[in-house]
Design a protein around this ligand. Structure first.
Ligand SMILES: Nc1ncnc2c1ncn2[C@@H]1O[C@H](COP(=O)(O)OP(=O)(O)OP(=O)(O)O)[C@@H](O)[C@H]1O
Ligand SMILES: [Mg+2]
Length: 385
């Protein structure tokens, strides 16, 4: 045992006596977390990764150009950790076509996108909500909207005892704080977030994630809101001028380590082990972002040259390429609307894009056809979603 990170409280839940864990407030104490040795080295490497990602982000004409895809990719993967099966293409296609019926898995991912956009918007607005329990609750409300989340108390701090792993409290891997303690530990948490703790902000964001997961303040969705919290903190603490770093892919690749590292903070007080794991994930996610961004940038350059050298290419077809990064799935009607052109002109632009292999029809229907910039989606997701 390196240090004690909380206390156990015996409570009765579902007729069983269980030991619920109440974490000590951050930061780690007795001993403090020292940024030396291996952790110092990993921290430096993670920062280098972030700096490279920032440069990659600056290559493109506007950040929104990447953000659309990156945010959706994060939403898909973070939801996959939770067990949701929707793919990026399904989500983007739904957004483009707005079919009346939305499969639950797609809804879950769209909710996640809403929650990210909402939370980022609030933090950026001068009069928006600060990073706080309230903001996390409001984000949770959006995440849990609709059929599947209805019985998960959307937007509310839990009033009952929950547990992680296992079929009942008695055989659970971990019992978070009793409900009557959650308010107190959340306000301690909030106070620490806004304190001037001298630990490097990148490391603080990692500690915050663990503390949040340990408190497990919601009935469900704690993993997703906790991962969203990291992205928000990195943006808020200006570690990334544009929010291009998303950790879910790395957490998903190392899922059993991810859970084991969270557990070891509680059981062994191993903040160092968590921090090393997390910093490796940051570096991996940053490198991943750089590769994806570079791949997308190259692809667009290549396709622009191909269009420009094609005799049938119209002005609209070339303009179409500029809107595809934030609308990688389109219908002809949508193209007409986006480029403010007539339907026949839009149809012609789409035809050319299909001819040169940029767009591909994906609905298989003769009417109401849907087109995907498939290489773009492929480059964005790699093999992973
Ligand atoms: N031993 C542990 N201690 C603390 N937190 C844990 C532990 N094991 C898992 N977790 C966290 O709990 C999350 C699952 O909680 P919950 O089901 O409320 O969240 P979710 O968003 O619905 O699911 P998921 O995180 O699987 O996407 C995991 O993602 C992880 O972040
Ligand atoms: Mg869950």
């Amino acid at each position: 045992m390196r240090r004690i990170t909380g206390t156990y409280h015996t409570t009765t839940t579902a007729g069983e006596a269980v030991n619920a864990f109440v974490p000590h407030p951050l930061p780690p104490r007795s001993p403090a977390l020292h940024v030396t040795g291996e952790i110092e080295r990993l921290h430096a490497q993670a920062l280098t990764g972030l700096a490279r990602l920032e440069v990659a982000g600056r290559m493109v004409p506007s950040t929104n150009w990447f953000l659309y895809g990156f945010v959706r990719k994060e939403a898909v993967i973070s939801s996959q950790i939770e067990g949701t099966q929707a793919t990026l293409r399904e989500v983007v296609t739904f957004e483009a076509t707005k079919q009346a019926k939305r499969p639950h898995d797609v809804e879950a991912v769209c909710n996640y996108v809403d929650a990210i956009n909402y939370a980022r918007g609030e933090v950026a607005k001068p009069k928006g909500l600060p990073l706080s329990t309230r903001l996390l609750c409001e984000s949770h409300r959006r995440l849990m909207k609709g059929v599947r989340g209805a019985d998960k108390a959307p937007g509310e701090i839990r009033r009952t005892q929950n547990w992680i792993g296992g079929t009942r409290p008695g055989n659970a891997r971990f019992i978070p704080p009793p409900p009557e303690q959650v308010g107190k530990v959340m306000s301690q948490f909030e106070r620490w977030l806004h304190s001037d703790d001298p630990l490097p902000p990148l490391i603080k964001a990692g500690l915050a994630h663990v503390q949040f997961e340990t408190i497990h303040p919601f009935l469900d969705g704690n993993g997703r809101i906790g991962r969203l919290l990291i992205a928000l903190l990195l943006e808020h603490w200006e570690l990334m001028p544009s929010p291009l770093l998303y950790l879910s892919l790395a957490f998903k690749r190392h899922q059993s380590d991810y859970y084991a590292r969270l557990a070891a903070v509680r059981s062994n007080g191993d903040w160092e082990g968590w921090t090393a794991f997390y910093l490796r994930c940051v570096r991996e996610a940053a490198d991943d972002g750089v590769n994806v961004a570079g791949g997308l940038f190259e692809l667009l350059g290549r396709d622009r040259r191909r269009l420009a050298s094609n005799k049938r290419a119209t002005v609209a077809a070339i303009q179409l390429l500029d809107v595809l990064p934030d609308h990688p799935v389109v219908t002809t009607a949508r193209v007409a609307q986006l480029l403010k052109i007539t339907a026949p002109t839009a149809r012609k632009a789409v035809d050319v894009a299909v001819e040169v292999g940029i767009l591909r029809e994906i609905s298989g229907k003769a009417r109401d056809r849907v087109f995907a910039y498939h290489k773009f989606l492929q480059t964005l997701t790699g093999d992973e979603s």
